[in-house]
Design a protein around this ligand. Structure first.
Ligand SMILES: Cc1ncc(COP(=O)(O)O)c(C=O)c1O
Length: 395
């Protein structure tokens, strides 16, 4: 009998995947459960990959990535003066994070994570024997962390503060003043900050955005994680990167050998093409996402028992169902069964999230209209608060 590790036996499957697996068995389901843009990769990026394959570029590449790509990534940060040697190319943001945890953490070290959080963080931190310390963020604060709660979460075992701004699943952006507070805390307590910025090109009011990397002094204690997945509709290619101080980048390069070694050359060539030719695509995607966001918020307005804030960024709507009297999983699985619409339960993003549902709106506006109608009908039929059914809209 093959035995599984204690880690495996105590790691639950992702709550989003659970919905996904259920959809696989049903027909005619509209899925707004996964974090994927609905567009396909641009032909121009595909051509670059195919061309490289036909010209024999089918071999291993350096662990840190092709110098052409590292240079292009560094240059894409404009006047931030990032060196190509600071860039490590990874298999998406997912592998970037795991590689960082493998390289920086010892068993028992603590990582501060805001809840709700992208569920992969939890499994990855535990994989290296470290401990996540959750700090809850609240709807009434725009899902931005309270300074006093962050302060309290840091102790002598804390090594890393993990930031995700803009955030999955809330769409929240941490503004300058809070970033400066976090930077000061990191400096005082000698902490590293990991800034997961995979949604940074999906911000609707760009002037609201600050990266912690831009707070003076932070480039020495901050690692940026980014990815081509969401920005360039390249989720299936599995390519992303880390920006780190040079000595940390060297350590990441060494450790990369023991995870995936290196990323396939055609994929890296497609990423170079994305950086070179992809700006129009990024701008057009943002315009349509903005329309899609407004459409779904409008579609759900007047559904009694639902409450949501328009997200400042990302393609996620994180709405509150408390007043329907239902809890997240009951809502999601009921909606799936009765209306054939798949969403993600808040409980996939943290224990205290029973009153929330995530809807991924990177989809055709007509589909969003149908989804809104199905939600409206479902809530009307299942809402336990009769007086609310007749009452005023909350959105
Ligand atoms: C917050 C966050 N970080 C990182 C990732 C990783 O994306 P990928 O591995 O596709 O680059 C995701 C994907 O959903 C995410 O939501």
């Amino acid at each position: 009998m093959i035995k599984l590790s204690d880690l495996t036996l105590t790691t639950p499957p992702s709550g989003i995947r659970a919905v996904f697996n259920r959809i696989a068995e049903s027909e005619d389901v509209i899925s707004l459960a996964l974090g994927e843009p609905d567009s396909h990769t641009s032909e121009r990026f595909i051509e670059a990959a195919v061309k490289s394959m036909y010209s024999g570029r089918t071999h291993y590449t350096p662990n840190a990535g092709l110098m052409d790509l590292r240079r292009a990534i560094a240059e894409s940060y404009g006047n931030r003066c990032i060196l190509p040697e600071q860039v490590i190319v990874t298999a998406g943001g997912t592998e970037a994070l795991l590689l960082i945890f493998m390289t920086l953490l010892n068993p028992g070290d603590e990582v501060v994570v805001m809840e709700p959080y992208w569920p992969t963080y939890l499994g990855q931190i535990r994989t290296v024997g470290a401990v996540p310390r959750f700090v809850r963020v609240y709807e009434e604060d725009g899902f931005v962390v309270r300074k006093e709660n962050l302060n309290q979460a840091v102790n002598e075992k804390t090594r890393i503060i993990l930031l995700n701004s803009p955030a999955n699943p809330t769409g929240a952006v941490i503004h300058k003043e809070t970033m400066e507070f976090i930077a000061k805390l990191a400096e005082e307590r000698d902490l590293t900050v990991i800034s997961d910025e995979v949604y940074r090109r999906m911000i609707y009011e760009e002037e609201t955005y600050t990266s912690i990397y831009d707070v003076p002094g932070m480039e020495e204690r901050c690692l940026i994680v980014d990815s081509f997945s969401k920005t360039y509709a390249m989720t299936g290619w599995r390519i992303g990167y880390i920006i780190a101080p040079v000595h940390v980048a060297k350590a990441l390069e060494t450790m990369h050998e023991y995870s995936v070694s290196c990323i396939s050359e055609p994929t890296q060539r497609a990423a170079i093409a994305a950086l070179k030719y992809g700006e129009d695509f990024v701008r057009e995607s943002l315009d349509s996402l903005k329309r899609q966001r407004d459409r779904i918020v409008e579609g759900l307005s007047g559904v009694h028992g639902l409450r949501c804030r328009k997200p400042e960024a990302t393609f996620y709507l994180y709405f509150n169902i408390e007043d329907t009297g239902m809890r997240a999983e009951e809502f999601v699985y009921g909606l799936l069964e009765q209306e054939k619409l798949a969403l993600a339960p808040g409980t996939a993003f943290g224990e205290g999230q029973e009153s929330y549902i995530r809807l991924s709106f990177a989809n055709a506006e007509e589909t969003l209209d149908i989804a809104a109608e199905r939600i409206r009908r479902f809530v009307h039929q299942n809402c336990r608060c009769a007086e609310r059914r007749e009452g005023e809209a909350h959105i």
